[in-house]
Design a protein around this ligand. Structure first.
Ligand code: SF4
Length: 335
């Protein structure tokens, strides 16, 4: 039973829910006692019936330069998930959230993929990641500007809970973050992209691409067998036609694997003329035995130049948080 159902059961008026949502999502209160718009006896009842958050803090770490903070949360059933807060030099603050405990997709370069899937996160477990950091930032007079679903898990394999979380994040009566400040990243789950396209919302779509041809993509991302590149690109063309929205392509730069001039040309041809932006991400080795290595900076720049020739815009992403295993592909939490 959730709080709304409980309040209805005990005969409370509907506006109590509005008061609770305002306190949680706008004022970022730390406990039920701080919801002073509620009568004291109701606060006591809520304290007895519900934990204030669905997540407990297991570990908090900040990078040396304090730009990145990682939190490992523990769920009620003792699983761990991670979120990463990134403070950009521009002053903007981005939160990367997880949507599953583990992930079934087994991408070669991804620490989370090595765990396999344990379970989907519930909507409240996604929102509680946001609320934890929102409360913390409130003390500094700051707020989260962007939220990205790029942590542990594949958002389109937990579609309903992720979209419900997006509704809470966007709803002006709840958190009120603009759709354009929310990004969902998928490894290319075509049925999920189709469903998402039909939602007609302005949330950004990012595709974890990482290879410009099927052979290499299947080697790096086994999900490519189920949803091959040609079908993925056809679906994305339809998405652009319907939404007129630019798609972000994530491309982890792996030394000697996907970073040659050949792959750059293939990628240029694949995305030429499309509404696309490529994020080139220097790889962060998972551990010292990792056979995958980060591309040389010069190779990344050469790769970017080739994309430029094809008129494909790209950015080389600064890697934040690699000293605390919070960089892209490094999120891992074990039971
Ligand atoms: S990169 Fe994303 S889809 Fe692939 S295994 Fe990691 S979390 Fe899953």
């Amino acid at each position: 039973m959730n709080i709304a159902e409980y309040l209805a059961n005990i005969g409370e008026k509907k506006y109590r829910i509005t008061q609770i949502e305002k306190a949680l999502y706008k004022e970022f209160v730390h406990n039920f006692d701080e919801i002073t718009t509620l009568p004291k006896d109701l606060r006591e009842k809520l304290k007895q019936e519900f934990p204030f958050s669905s997540l407990k803090i297991k570990l908090e770490k900040a990078s040396k330069n304090k730009q990145t903070e990682k939190v490992i949360f523990e769920t009620k059933d003792d699983y761990q998930v991670e979120s990463v807060l990134m403070r950009h030099l521009t002053g903007r603050i981005t939160l990367c959230v997880s949507c599953q405990v583990g992930c079934p997709n087994k991408c070669l370069f991804c620490a989370t993929g090595k765990l396999g899937l344990t379970r989907d996160l519930k909507t409240e477990e996604i929102i509680d990641q946001y609320l934890y950091f929102a409360r913390k930032l409130k003390k500094e007079g700051k707020r989260i500007n962007n939220i990205v679903f790029m942590g542990m898990g594949e958002p389109f394999l937990n579609y309903e809970n992720v979209l419900h979380a997006v509704e809470i994040l966007n709803n002006p009566h709840k958190i009120g973050l603009g759709f354009r400040h929310i990004t969902i990243s998928t490894c290319g789950i075509i049925p999920g992209i189709r469903k998402f396209m039909a939602e007609g919302i302005q949330v950004n779509l990012a595709i974890s691409l990482h290879a410009p041809n099927d052979k290499l993509r299947t080697e790096l991302m086994p999900i490519n067998k189920a949803y091959p590149l040609i079908e993925l690109m056809e679906t994305l063309d339809k998405y652009i036609k319907k939404t007129s929205r630019r798609i972000f392509y994530e491309y982890i730069m792996l030394k000697g694997k996907n970073d040659s001039a050949k792959e750059a040309q293939e990628l240029g041809k694949l995305l030429q003329g499309k509404l696309a932006h490529v994020n080139l991400i220097p790889y962060n080795p998972i551990d010292t035995d990792d056979p995958l290595q980060q591309s040389e900076e010069a190779e990344i720049r050469k790769f970017q130049k080739v994309l430029q020739k094809y008129g494909v815009p790209s950015t080389v992403r600064a890697s934040l948080g690699d000293d605390i295993d919070a960089a892209c592909g490094q999120l891992i939490a074990k039971k």
